[in-house]
Structure formats: C-alpha cells, structure tokens
Design a protein around this ligand. Structure first.
Ligand code: URP
Ligand code: ZN
Ligand code: ZN
Ligand code: ZN
Length: 470
C-alpha cells in the first residue's frame, strides 16, 4: 500500500516547508517538493499543516485510584487521543510492593493489547527498590520499559521514600533509564490535610490550600539535588509553579540532567476553579493543584526559554457524577485527575502558537519531538522524516471550535475546558500509515496500536542542545 499526502505544509521541530509525502509499509519513504509516483491513494492536504503525531508522555488509562477506576480505558482513551492528534502515549504501569514487577507489567499489557488504537509504551512505577527489584529491572529495561516513576507524594498510597528515589536514580544511570518524579512533599501535605479536616475544612478548595507550591518546590529541588549526586537523569512530571520551575532551572544551570513537563491545565486554568459553587470545584482537583494565575505566564515563559521542555496531559479521568462526588463531604476522597488527552495538542496550538507565546516549531518539539528524544522513541517517532513511522496529523490551522463534553470523545461526563474557544483542529490522523481518524471520523481498530519497546536513555542528549530553535 502506497499513499501520497500532497500539497501540505510539513512542520517539524526545526522546519516548515511545503512538500508531498510518500508513505510505504507504514513509514515515510520519500519527501519531495512534488511526488508523481503511482500510489494506491492520494490525499490532498492543501491548506493544512502536516505535524508528526503527538506523543503524550503522561497518561493514566484504566487505572485504579482513590477507590475507583479511571473513566477512560485503553480503548476510549486512545480513540480520544487520536481525535486530538496524538498517535503515541506512554502510560504509567502501577506496581504492588512485594510482588514481581513483571506481574504488574503483564496486567498493563492485558489492559492495552486488544484495545489501543494508537501506539503505547509504559513507564514503571517503583515504590521500593529491593534486591528482588534490582534483579528484575535489567530485563525490564531490556524489554523496552526505560523509564521509572517515583511518587514523592500520596503518603501511605504511592509515596516512596528518599532512599527509594536515590536507588532508582543510581539504577537508572547504570541501566540507561530515565527517572520520573511526581514532586510534592507528601509528608508535609499529609500534616496540612489532617489539620484542615480537623478544622472542618472539607470543600474542594482545601485540596489546593493543603498542597502549597512550596511543597512542590521543595520536593522538586530535593529530587534534582539527588539526581546531581547520583550523576543520573530526571524528568519532573506536571510542573505547576514558580517554586518548582526555579529548582529545575537552577539544577540545569549546574549541568544536572533534569527536564520538566507541564500540562495544558496549568497553563490555562487556575486555583479559583476549585472554589466553584455546588461542588463543581471537584472537576478541577489535580495533584499538584491548579495554582494562582500568576504562575501561568511563568510556565509559558519557562517553556519558551527551555527551562521546561514537554507537555503531558496527565490524562486521569473520573466522572463528575458517581466518581468525583465520592468526595462530596471530604475533599481528600475526590479522585485526583482530569480528562485532557484529547485536548492537549489543540489547546497548545491555540493558546501557544496562535496567541504568539511559542513558535510553531517549539510547539512540535513540546508535544512530540522532545518526548520522543527523552523516552527512547526518536527518530521512529517524533518527526516527519524519511524512515520515520508515518504518524502524521493533517491539521487545519484555521478551524474554530468550542471545546465541550457534548462533542468530545473521552468517556467522561464533563470537560475541564468546557466553553474554551480554540483555533486549529486535527482533520485526519495516521498511525504508521493507516488512518485512525479520517475527516474527523474514527476509522481505526481497537488492538491496532502496538507496544512501544523503547530504547535506553540517550546519554548523548545534551542540555544545551535541547532547544529546538534559538
Ligand atoms: O491529579 C493527578 N495528577 N492525578 C493523576 C495521578 C498523578 O499524580 O499523576
Ligand atoms: Zn502525579
Ligand atoms: Zn505563587
Ligand atoms: Zn499523572
């Protein structure tokens, strides 16, 4: 099967040019000003941008949390991702203390295998680093799970101690993996939460007030210092505030291999959403929480100047009715997280590129290329080049629409971005050369997504080369 996409504008992390793209056997096989080969199919992309498929480095699909399961599983979640221009995700595989890690990985393969419509990889959660874990990890890394996740928060649930974090960092250096942290000081938060409840402060806004930005800054700085000490590499997920950005920037100044991700919700929504009446604030409960508005500008600037590098959705959806309301009388029982996987790409294009905050090449870098480089997927993923997978988004940059739960494809009863007007929309999306979305309709097949056996951390990745365009 040969396909040609004609007359589009190819945009990568470094270039923008008009060209035709030839696709054969799922790969880009030629790019030229004009291709006149015989093809089984010619797709006209006049007026459209051709972006490399989005890569979402941070999703939680079919995951148990707070006594319930996320509303989206691998089928609904990856269909929604594809509608939104994302063709690869890396999802978090949760593990259980004292059990072989491989058991947890098998569970995640079961969740995904017959359901995913786009390609997917796993990060492995580490709650402890015992001798058994150390014996198991080399084989797991060899099998393409080349990033470890350590939670510094969620005391008595997911939280790991500093010894575990440090051992994870040392092991990651030895094995060629990347350590990811959820950086908040879980012990301090636990104290503040108990204090709030004791005073009868149970509304959703107290979720934010008991998880102050200082707790995020402290944990971020601690993780960064331990990374320097271990001569290892660190990726800080969902960075929300000045206190954390400063710690990442300072670490990078010292030459520590530290990278940071933020999410569309922290760039566009703020803490006041948690104070919405009638418990509606529960829709906006994330950890770390939405911050005071002044942080938004700072996060955009950090993305622009390279202090932060990637955009994750932190997709972790729970219905407002029947799930979020578990915390009606106690904010600590509100399941944390929200539905973002479908909107990550478009919100970044609209709020970022269209509003002049980032360039179009920086946009591609943040939503795709950089993640591919950091997580062992480049150059098969993350760019449009001869030999790379034909994961391509045909994107209308001028389409105007309003985000709403009534039109989204996530399996959840609200949108965090309800009523937001965005410019730009994915029209068709190809995964390894096959349409998953065609003219805004899902045409893919559950089970067509492949597990991404990722390469080891690329130790040649230099902090200073990291900026796509200077
Ligand atoms: O609130 C959030 N972020 N939920 C998902 C789990 C996590 O901490 O990433
Ligand atoms: Zn987290
Ligand atoms: Zn502040
Ligand atoms: Zn998360």
């Amino acid at each position: 099967m040969k396909k040609i996409i004609k007359n589009g504008t190819v945009v990568t992390a470094t270039d923008q040019y008009e060209a035709d793209i030839l696709i054969e056997n799922g790969k880009v096989s030629a790019i030229a000003a004009s291709l006149n080969e015989d093809a089984d199919e010619v797709i006209d992309a006049k007026g459209a941008f051709l972006f490399p498929g989005g890569i979402d480095p941070h999703t939680h699909l079919d995951m148990p949390f707070g006594g319930t399961m996320t509303a989206d599983d691998y089928e609904t979640g990856t269909i929604a991702a594809a509608y939104g221009g994302t063709t690869s995700i890396i999802d978090f595989c949760l593990t259980n203390k004292g059990e072989p890690l491989q058991n947890a990985i098998n569970v995640w393969h079961e969740k995904s295998r017959d359901k995913a419509v786009i390609d997917y990889g796993f990060h492995l959660q580490l709650t402890e680093v015992t001798d058994d874990v150390l014996n198991e990890l080399p084989g797991i890394v060899e099998n393409g799970i080349t990033s470890f996740k350590v939670f510094m928060a969620y005391k008595n649930v997911f939280q790991a101690d500093d010894e575990t974090l440090f051992k994870a960092l040392v092991t990651a250096r030895e094995q060629g993996a990347l350590v990811m942290v959820h950086a908040e000081n879980g012990d301090v938060i636990d104290f503040l939460v108990k204090d709030a409840l004791q005073k009868g402060n149970t509304d959703p806004i107290y979720h934010a007030l008991t998880r102050p930005p200082e707790a995020e800054g402290e944990a971020t700085g601690r993780a960064a210092e331990l990374t320097g000490l271990a001569d290892s590499q660190l990726y800080v997920v969902h960075v929300t505030c000045q206190e954390a950005v400063e710690k990442i920037a300072a670490a990078r100044e010292k030459g520590y291999r530290v990278w940071g991700e933020t999410c569309p919700q922290y760039l566009t929504l703020d803490q006041s959403y948690l104070a919405k009446p009638d418990f509606e604030g529960a829709k906006y409960v994330w950890s770390p929480p939405l911050r005071e508005k002044h942080n938004q500008d700072l996060l955009w600037k950090a993305l622009k100047n390279g202090q932060l590098q990637t955009i994750g959705s932190d997709q972790c959806s729970f219905n407002f009715n029947g799930q979020k309301d578990l915390g009606k009388d106690d904010f600590t029982k509100i399941p944390n997280g929200g539905p973002i996987i479908e909107d990550r790409f478009s919100v970044m294009f609209s709020e970022g590129v269209k509003k002049g905050r980032i360039s179009i090449n920086e946009f591609v870098d943040m939503v795709s290329t950089r993640t591919a480089k950091l997580f062992g997927l480049f150059p098969e993923k993350g760019t449009i080049a001869v030999g790379s997978d034909a994961d391509i988004v045909i994107f209308d940059p001028n389409a105007e629409r309003t985000i709403s739960a009534s039109t989204h494809h996530m399996n959840v009863d609200y949108s965090a971005f309800e009523g937001m007007k965005v410019t730009g929309e994915p029209i068709s999306v190809l995964s390894r050369g096959e349409f998953v979305i065609r003219d805004k309709q899902f045409v893919g097949k559950p089970g067509s997504g492949q597990f991404l056996k990722r390469k080891r951390f690329n130790s040649n990745l230099q902090l200073s080369e990291e900026k796509a365009t200077q």
